[in-house]
Design a binder for this molecule. Structure first.
Ligand code: ZN
Length: 260
């Protein structure tokens, strides 16, 4: 079957002398792998459209019951030149696509996740600061698409509204994504990851904001690391086989080495 769709390039590896095997997250068919013959070398007929982080329109020969399809044509539809020009943006982008490749099942279509991913890449390309917020926002919103979204409005034990006022900290419960307030924690309900008040308010912001405006919030570096760690732990609780993202080590290194 000849299939036409739009796709984000998640991963590409060389194959033979002139080809590539490329993992795509497509709008119509979800994640799938294609062989792009002639995608390397001087006669590369796909240009930059099969490079990781590209958003491309693709035509492929899709074979039933196969896990490798043949790419016929592709071209870039959304130029994202700025992502590559800065290490924060680039490493955040690599983390976004690595996360997507890790958690999405093969050929499981989800147009909502596709739109969220493209919106995130667009926000990343436009980011002049706080690029990592795009990863945090994408991750929090992805939980919602998967059916285990965070509920950050009320304490799961006493029902107290935790959206207003200054809480010193809350506990995030991995089992159901709800939170336990500091008072209930003192009463002996200790099941969850401790998040300080500032990091918790940032999480509330990322859950509600439009992806395009998430970079307006500046987090202290330590808060960013704590939120990333909390989201990873939560993800690993709910997604079998989820591991720590390799790209995150690049992101941490880039942040630590930046002169202050
Ligand atoms: Zn409570």
């Amino acid at each position: 079957m000849i299939a036409e769709t739009e796709a984000v390039v998640l991963h590409a590896m060389p194959y033979g002398d002139t080809s590539k095997i490329v993992t795509l997250y497509t709008k119509r068919y979800g994640k799938l792998k294609v062989i792009a013959k002639g995608a390397r070398g001087e006669k590369n007929k796909f240009g930059a459209s099969m490079e990781p982080l590209s958003v491309s329109s693709v035509i492929l020969y899709k074979k039933e019951h196969r896990d490798l399809h043949l790419l016929s044509k592709s071209e870039t539809v959304l130029p994202l030149h700025r992502i590559q020009q800065d290490t924060d943006r680039l490493f955040t982008g690599l983390a976004l696509i690595e996360l997507t490749a890790m958690v999405m099942h093969d050929e499981h279509e989800d147009a909502g996740v596709y739109a969220l991913l493209v919106d995130s890449l667009r926000a990343l390309d436009a980011a002049d600061r706080n690029a990592v917020n795009v990863l945090l926002t994408y991750t929090v919103k992805l939980f919602g698409h998967f059916g285990f979204g965070l509920d950050l409005s009320r304490c799961a034990v006493c029902g107290r509204d935790v959206t207003a006022g200054e809480l010193p900290f809350v506990l995030l419960r991995s089992s159901d994504g709800t939170v336990i307030c500091d008072r209930c924690h003192a009463d002996g309900h200790t099941n969850g990851q401790r998040i300080d008040g500032g990091a918790f308010r940032s999480l509330q912001f990322f859950r509600q904001c439009a992806v395009g405006s998430c970079t307006s919030l500046t987090l202290p570096p330590a808060a960013k690391d704590r939120i990333l760690a909390a989201l990873q732990t939560y993800l690993q609780y709910h997604v079998e086989g989820a591991r720590t993202l390799r790209s995150l080590s690049l992101l941490y290194t880039a942040t630590e080495q930046r002169p202050t």
